[in-house]
Design a protein around this ligand. Structure first.
Ligand SMILES: [Zn+2]
Ligand SMILES: [Zn+2]
Length: 156
């Protein structure tokens, strides 16, 4: 089964070492293991408003969060939550309720060189003042929603 944030990673190569990340003030830190070395990018207007540009997320097979007392969670829609540090405002992760998939903001982490882009979604909502030069799969919002519905998710 796949989800709109690219959870369908069976058989994909993963980073052998965990990656470590933290918010600007250091109150929250995150260790991700089994990381898929590709950034999942969403250009939808909610992600652009939330992050200032696009949402670039990384996911792994497990995550350890410390400083949870400083994590605030905002229910941004019926099907998603967005977490941020209540002390410094750094955005931390996007949680997609139907699948339980969490996408951690790539910029939090010290990452090895050479990460690719998994896909870019909601490309039709992307502001026209930026473009990513790397070649990567591009999907419109309608394509993403159709894929998710085909996988059994509903967005009512
Ligand atoms: Zn912080
Ligand atoms: Zn988005």
């Amino acid at each position: 089964m796949s989800d709109i944030f690219g959870d369908d990673t069976d058989g994909e190569e993963r980073l052998s070492d965990p990656i470590h990340g933290r918010c600007l003030c250091g109150a929250v830190s995150i260790t991700l293991e089994g990381v898929l070395p590709k950034v999942d990018i969403c250009h939808c207007d909610m992600c652009v408003r939330w992050s200032g540009t696009f949402l670039g997320g990384l996911s792994g097979t497990s995550a350890t969060v410390t400083g949870e007392q400083s994590v605030s969670v905002y229910q941004s829609s019926e099907w998603a939550q967005r977490a941020f540090c209540s002390k410094c405002g750094t955005n931390l992760w996007y949680y997609f309720t139907p699948t339980g998939h969490t996408s951690y903001l790539a910029g939090l982490f010290d990452v090895p060189k050479g990460l690719g882009i998994l896909q870019q979604i909601f490309v039709e909502e992307k502001p026209d003042w930026y473009d990513l030069v790397q070649k990567s799969p591009m999907k419109t919002g309608a394509e993403v929603i159709a894929e998710a519905e085909a996988a059994g998710f509903t967005f009512d």
